[in-house]
Design a protein around this ligand. Structure first.
Ligand SMILES: [Ca+2]
Ligand SMILES: [Ca+2]
Ligand SMILES: [Ca+2]
Ligand SMILES: [Ca+2]
Length: 408
């Protein structure tokens, strides 16, 4: 009985923390990913970036839930976009180095990624420009000069205003940036950081929550180890107030992840999308049982959870590759266009894997057609579900599948 009570409390605790808002940040002098509870300031380490020669200096959530950072190459010779797995901390470099020295990173609500040049001509950078970043090849395009020489972090507020915090000679100052020209306008000088830290640390990580509360962490520029509190900053006055101690040594950059109240919205972006079902299918294929993915609370993460996500939560059909609620020729065309049919290559939901084995093959088409939604329109509008006829299958050129079905 005692065990049962303890077990139940444990489960309740985990469920209570699911979907909680969290701040993700590089820490341990750019080598580890950690998360900070915005209510208490308490930090929890996630794991190493597993890039021992690189320093990751920033963090930004895209609107699909992916987390990106800027990696500084050895000797500050270059910087490169990276994507970071928020479960493990592992970082993967994207494209090629940019040829500039960059530190801040942020993504707007429409998915545009921004960074700013760090002016350090003796080493590498000779620009203070605001840049947009191509998330596919990591390359940058100038918007215009900010005029701020030591940009440290960027953050969007809920109105779409882009904020910047600076270090160096302009240290502990908040600016807003004109997104058409790049030009910076100083808003306030931050006070209260030195008093709280007695170290001369400066704010180098800023992030807004959905209510436009500005959170911040501080960094100490010398080689000394510095454990930062989480601060709350009043943007108008610049007054910084300590929320609690992160326990993190020299956190830098970082971003706030919104809490989603939508079941199955694993990437916390407010919609059930391909990224969510892909995430769930990867967990099922891996044979892990992470509780956050257990949609029916049976302590297992398996095909039944996938069925619940597709049928009950997303209210659609297996085979609906583009998740528009219908399974039709568009989905079949799109999945084949991904070019992975019959190949030993990783395939996601949009690429034809509807059986969670990370491959697109005839068994996926069988599973999708057996679900019975082909050509019936929105699942939400369908009551009776007739079997798809061989004529439909022949019509889209799946003679093999038709034979296969007839043999059953
Ligand atoms: Ca989602
Ligand atoms: Ca389950
Ligand atoms: Ca569809
Ligand atoms: Ca498959």
């Amino acid at each position: 009985m005692r065990w049962h009570i303890v077990g139940s409390l444990f489960v309740l605790t985990l469920i209570g923390s699911m979907g909680a808002a969290e701040i993700y940040t590089p820490h341990a002098r750019h080598t580890q990913l950690g998360l900070i509870d915005p209510n208490t300031g308490v930090g929890t380490n996630i794991g190493s970036f597993q890039q021992p020669d690189l320093r990751l200096v920033s963090g930004a959530f895209d609107n699909d839930g992916h987390f990106y950072s800027i990696a500084l190459l050895p000797g500050n010779t270059d910087s490169q976009l990276a994507r970071v797995d928020t479960s493990s901390g592992e970082a993967t470099l994207i494209g090629e180095p940019t040829g500039e020295f960059l530190v801040p990173l942020e993504v707007s609500n429409d998915g545009t990624m921004y960074t700013v040049g760090y002016y350090w001509p003796e080493v590498l950078g000779d620009t203070t420009d605001l840049f947009t970043v191509n998330k596919t090849d990591g390359q940058i395009t100038s918007v215009g000069a900010t005029g701020v020489t030591r940009p440290m972090d960027l953050a969007f507020d809920s109105q779409g205003t882009l904020w910047l915090v600076s270090g160096g000679d302009d240290g502990n100052h908040l600016f807003t940036l004109n997104q058409a020209t790049g030009q910076a306008t100083m808003v306030s000088a931050i006070t209260g950081v030195e008093e709280a830290t007695e170290s001369g640390a400066e704010i180098m990580g800023i992030m807004f929550d959905e209510h436009d509360t500005l959170f911040a962490t501080a960094y100490y520029s010398s080689n000394a180890e510095f454990v930062s509190p989480l601060f709350n900053i009043d943007t108008a006055s610049g007054v910084a107030t300590v929320i609690g101690n992160t326990g993190f040594v020299n956190p830098h950059g970082g971003d706030y992840r919104y809490a989603s109240t939508l079941l199955g919205d694993f990437n916390n972006n407010g919609v059930l999308d391909v990224a969510d079902i892909d995430d769930l299918m990867v967990r099922v294929a891996a044979g892990e049982n992470p509780m956050a993915y257990d949609l029916n609370d049976d302590a297992a993460v398996n095909t039944e959870d996938i069925r619940i996500w597709v049928k009950d939560l997303a209210n659609t059909w297996f085979g609906d590759a583009n998740l528009d609620g219908e399974f039709n020729s568009e989905d079949v065309v799109a999945s084949f266009q991904a070019g992975k049919y019959g190949l030993d290559m990783d395939a996601g939901w949009a690429e034809g894997d509807w059986t969670a084995d990370r491959r697109f093959g005839s068994e996926d088409l069988v599973a999708a057609f057996e679900d019975g939604g082909y050509g019936l329109g929105l699942r939400a509008a369908v009551n009776a579900v007739p079997e798809p006829s061989c004529a439909i299958l022949l019509g889209i050129g799946m003679i093999g599948l038709c034979r296969l079905r007839n043999r059953r």
